[in-house]
Design a protein around this ligand. Structure first.
Ligand SMILES: C[S@@+](CC[C@H](N)C(=O)[O-])C[C@H]1O[C@@H](n2cnc3c(N)ncnc32)[C@H](O)[C@@H]1O
Length: 324
């Protein structure tokens, strides 16, 4: 990684993030209904597993969103106009970004933000090598709180990019808060392109989150692996089974880890007991209707300017503008 790229990555955040991880785990495992936060799936190994999921045949969101981006990139670029600074939330591999970068005119900078610091370094370096004249400013951060960008990120013409339907991992209040925070980061009247997965038949949804190759199961269990490695946990991964469920009243797919026997696990000396079949709720993926997402955006002071869909209407890309 070049010096210019490396100096934007604030490694001092690592200890803060570790403390946050520990507190979230202790609180989540002490709850009457055990839960862990999906943002902790993503260390480098988890990020690579997520990339593998995107290639699984039953996982329709990535290829559908790429199809929408490839079909309408010029249209999106025309709406954005020249001279923008593109700020991507939860950039991961940045695999979708080049589609937009090729279409945008006179981009000032590209700012990928992600919680997985090492993987962010890798993908930012790789993108900077492919786009030699582009000012790439990676930011290691957690977007569940407002993010203050480095001073070198231009204030003018900031445009958000939040693909992958990652907003679906928030409950409705969390999604509204994220949108308000993103609006503060981007500025008044800013535009954001946001990928939203749509409601569809339950079988398609459940298969997307439970592939026959077991990649999603390994991704789900990676949170336990991280607890063992980073927080001195004693989880036996073979004693937890991956399960995806559809919660009809909430309109979301849920991922759980189910204890296959009665057992006790320690994290930093604290003991947590599991009954047989007791589960840890690890992820939500809310699915929206177009009307439902519009209402959410408006509640958070954003207005929907344009929506692009694939032919089968599985997925959507929205251009929204901040009115706050
Ligand atoms: C579902 S993946 C999507 C990756 C990529 N944007 C895509 O569309 O394929 C979610 C990404 O958001 C990142 N992420 C998850 N929670 C985060 C948080 N709280 N703050 C910053 N990044 C986060 C993960 O590390 C991961 O790269």
């Amino acid at each position: 990684m070049s010096e210019a790229l490396a100096e934007n990555l604030d490694i001092s955040k690592d200890s803060e993030m570790k403390e946050d991880f520990l507190q979230d785990v202790l609180k989540g495992l002490s709850a009457a209904e055990k839960r862990l936060s999906s943002r902790f799936f993503y260390d480098t190994y988890g990020s690579k597993l997520f990339e593998k999921i995107t290639q699984v045949s039953t996982y329709y969101p990535t290829r559908t969103e790429i199809d929408i981006l490839e079909t309408y990139a010029e249209d999106m670029a025309a709406l954005i106009g020249p001279g923008a600074t593109l700020i991507e939330f939860g950039s991961g591999s940045s695999r979708k970004t080049p589609i937009l970068l090729h279409a945008l005119e006179s981009l000032q900078a590209y700012v990928p933000i992600d919680i997985a610091g090492d993987y962010l370094q890798e993908s930012a370096s790789s993108l900077a090598a492919d786009f030699k004249n582009l000012n790439v400013i990676p930011v290691h951060g957690d977007f569940t709180s407002p993010i203050e960008l480095p001073k070198k990120v231009p204030l003018e013409n900031r445009v958000g990019f939040f693909p992958g339907s990652t907003i679906g991992n928030f409950d409705r209040a969390g999604a509204e808060q994220f949108l308000r925070n993103a609006g503060q980061t981007l500025g008044s009247n800013a535009l954001m392109l946001i990928g939203i997965d749509l409601q569809k038949d339950i079988s398609t949804l459940l298969h997307a989150y439970d592939d026959p190759e077991g990649v999603t199961a390994a991704f789900n269990k990676n949170i336990l692996k991280r607890i063992n490695k980073e927080l001195g946990g004693t989880f036996d991964l073979s004693k937890f089974a991956h399960e995806s469920r559809y919660n009809m009243s909430e309109g979301r797919v849920e991922m759980h880890l189910v204890s296959t026997e009665a057992q006790s696990v320690k994290v930093q000396g604290q003991v947590f007991h599991f009954e047989k079949d007791e589960n840890i709720h690890t992820e939500n993926s809310y699915k929206y209707t177009l009307k439902g997402f519009k209402a959410l955006a408006e509640k958070a002071c954003w207005s929907v300017e344009k929506v692009w869909l694939d032919e089968c209407q599985l997925f959507s890309m929205h251009a929204i503008r901040f009115k706050g």
